[in-house]
Ligand binder design. Structure first.
Ligand code: NAP
Ligand code: SF4
Length: 672
């Protein structure tokens, strides 16, 4: 019997019967605009081959004004329809089904022609939208219906109407953004009219044989968002208008509550979908931070939903479904919800990929073919880059030995997993360790090889990583000074007042680690909701607690400093940096930029800021001043006449993160 009986029970959605309960949720890959439909087709086909039965595309604009950014993909011409046909044909040939999401961004559209129910600029957008008049509203409805009709011509199995996350339809639904007083606004019934009319017209356009999914915002998480009775009423009207299934949308993009980041508890919003169970006749899909078959099974077994949507986990592993079905769940490469290579890439205008799986989005240009001539390969350093190189080379048929100085593999991942809110890194370490064993890599821990030991190998890969940078500050050898490695890995105790020197990713991590006063809220959904001010939308409009966020008191008083004059944390991930900054602010962490360090003394750190001398009183000072390459072995090998491949931090420490290290390991091993 399957370990996931609920997950692998068939289900009928309108005209489709699916073999399991997993939907691959909508993700923008960046390939949609790259005019490289074959690459996009390969992306989806690989996932259909891996068992994804129903996939939803990234959001397609119904017209130019509704595109998330200028040039956003859509179905505007005959040529577009033929292009999309290449994707749908590839998916069908692989045995899958695919629905096209229609996304009208409304006031979130990055363009001066953006439109909205009312002329109110979004806090996260630079453009003031134009308030739609009656004719303008009719045009938007007609364009959405036309896009649905074209999706049918392009061979899609269904469409998803995007009605959540604060996009146009959601903007009509909430008093926050809909200040009209006509037939499209003024009270809840009139605010609902546009989404309901859109669903009705889309159904009329596609006929009864195509699947119609409506993505409904179940908890807006913004002031003046929808009330729970309004959401239930909308769900019923949308069902009557022709939706076959309702997919859960959680929070607007402008909400100040994290909804998909790694610090959000797993399945942390499934309880909201559960509230709607029984209120409508169509199946419901739960979403957000569902990343393993176990979590998905628990959501279904707990009666939270009829199906689960997972998006990023299909970037991390295209064979998610096939592995789960075969009882090989432990082999699934885990999505750690870091956003680093997917959403952060999308926001930077790059093709989305995955930190854990660099092949995502690169199915046609990064391939792991069997090695023409298997060789003996030594990899030195079992951090993420070294482990990825070793696994990939071994999968290709090479005989790989992985050397690690420490007693266990993991490298920097071993520190990341200790940070509150980064517990997913532990799962990634487990997966790496499992893959080392499954691919037959010989792991030699507690070993520091020298050039003579490495000489017999055909190829040598140096992935020795980084060491903390020595900032050479007066007083840094004092008894009150620790390095971040002492704190995160060595378990060194810090005092009641802490000064952190260096406000990069690690400085932020150390501050979060030292501020937490108990178990991580990520592992306690109730504590997490209290911390971020999330509550039952039935008791408070939009699910925002009346008293706001109520974080647990910090464990200590912390000051985080950098020399650069800009605000600390500017360089953190595009889609997650605000969460780290806000999280520390909620813990009372003082963040200072433009600091000159004079000296460290037993009483704290003497600095100059704005031309004024200041003492940052501290019992403990932690150095988080970046890293330098650990490349002695590489240099010794080169001096001895070898030509090692140097990757990751050992090659270049600046801006090193697990994503770059893993990518370098995979790409090198694909070539060896
Ligand atoms: P980093 O991002 O380069 O930050 C180093 C910090 O030390 C900066 O604040 C820098 O600021 C300061 N610094 C550098 N040289 C110094 C010196 N000689 N004296 C005093 N201060 C000095 O390095 P990291 O924090 O070690 O992070 C390493 C990598 O991991 C980065 O790529 C980072 O993005 C990634 N990472 C990211 C996250 C995350 O996104 N949450 C978490 C962990 C790690 P000033 O020069 O202005 O003083
Ligand atoms: Fe998940 Fe991170 Fe990969 Fe995105 S980059 S799919 S969040 S593991």
């Amino acid at each position: 019997m399957s370990p996931y009986p609920h997950l692998f029970a068939p289900i009928t959605l309108g005209p489709l019967t699916l073999p399991h309960r997993i939907v691959m949720g909508s993700m923008h890959t960046g390939l949609e605009e790259a005019c490289d439909r074959d690459r996009l087709a390969a992306f989806y086909a690989e996932r259909a081959t891996g068992g994804a039965a129903l996939m939803i595309t990234g959001g397609m604009a119904p017209n130019r004004e509704g595109g998330v950014f200028p040039g956003a993909a859509g179905l505007f011409t005959r040529a577009d329809i033929d292009d999309h046909r290449r994707v749908t044909d590839a998916v069908h040939a692989a045995g899958g089904r695919i629905a096209m999401q229609i996304l009208h961004a409304g006031r979130y559209a990055y363009g001066k022609d953006c439109v909205a129910p009312s002329a109110l600029r979004a806090p996260i957008a630079p453009f003031m939208p134009q308030a739609l008049d009656a004719a303008g509203i009719e045009k938007q409805i007609a364009d959405i219906a036309t896009a649905a009709q074209r999706a049918r011509e392009a061979g899609y199995d269904g469409v998803e109407v995007m009605g959540s996350e604060g996009y146009l339809l959601n903007q009509f639904l909430a008093a926050r953004t809909n200040r009209r007083d006509d037939e499209w606004g003024g009270d809840a019934a009139r605010r609902m009219r546009l989404p309901v009319e859109v669903v009705r017209r889309v159904r009329a356009a596609i006929g009864p044989e195509m699947l119609l999914i409506y993505r409904i915002s179940l908890i807006d998480l913004v002031p003046e968002g929808q009330s729970w009775p309004e959401i239930v009423e909308l769900a019923r009207r949308v069902e009557t208008a022709g939706a076959d299934v309702l997919n859960s949308g959680i929070g607007w993009h402008e909400a100040r509550v994290p909804t998909i980041a790694t610090s959000v508890p797993r399945a942390g919003f499934a309880w909201v979908t559960r509230k709607l169970m029984g209120e409508v006749g169509v199946p419901l899909i739960a979403s957000n931070r569902i990343n393993t078959p176990e979590v998905a099974e628990a959501v279904l077994a707990g009666g939270c939903a009829d199906m689960v949507s997972m998006a990023r986990p299909f970037l991390a592993d295209s064979e998610f479904v096939a592995k789960a079905r075969a009882g090989r769940g432990r082999e699934i490469a885990p999505c750690i919800a870091c956003n680093q290579a997917c959403l952060d890439h999308t926001f930077a205008g790059k093709v989305a990929s995955c930190l854990v799986n660099p092949r995502a989005g690169h199915e046609t240009d990064l391939t792991y073919t069997p090695a023409a001539r298997p060789r003996r390969i030594a990899v030195v350093g079992a951090g993420p880059g070294g482990m990825m190189a070793a696994i990939t080379a071994a999968r290709r048929g090479h005989d790989v030995t992985l050397f690690e100085r420490a007693d266990a593999p993991g490298g920097q991942l071993d520190m990341a997993r200790r940070i509150p809110g980064k517990e997913e890194f532990a799962g990634l370490m487990d997966w790496f360790e499992g893959e080392l064993a499954r691919t037959g890599v010989t792991l030699r821990t507690g070993t520091t090889p020298d050039p003579a030991m490495l000489a017999p190998f055909d190829e040598i890969v140096i992935a020795t990583g980084v060491r903390p940078r020595d900032p050479d500050l007066p007083g840094q050898d004092g008894a009150n000074v620790l390095r971040y490695t002492d704190v995160l890995r060595g378990g060194a105790a810090a005092g009641a007042r802490v000064a952190i020197i260096g406000a990069g990713g690690i400085g932020f991590d150390v501050a979060a680690f030292l501020a937490e006063n108990g178990p991580s809220p990520t592992l306690d959904a109730v504590a997490w909701r209290r911390e971020w001010g999330v509550t039952d939308p039935e008791t408070a409009r939009a699910g925002l607690a009346a008293d706001g966020p109520a974080p647990a008191p910090p464990a200590r008083a912390i000051t985080l400093m950098q020399r650069r004059a800009d605000k600390p944390g500017r360089g953190l991930g595009k889609t997650t940096g605000w969460i780290h900054r806000l999280g520390l602010r909620m813990k009372g962490v003082r963040m200072l930029g433009g600091v000159t360090y004079e000296r460290i003394a037993p009483e704290g750190v003497h600095i100059i800021r704005d031309g004024t001398a200041e003492l940052i009183a501290a019992d403990t000072v932690v150095l988080c001043t970046g890293q330098e390459p650990a490349r002695e072995l590489a240099d010794a090998l080169i001096a001895a006449g070898h030509t090692p491949h140097v990757i990751g931090g050992a090659d270049r420490a600046a801006e090193l993160d697990a994503q770059r290290a893993i990518d370098a390991g995979a790409r090198l091993a694909a070539r060896l």
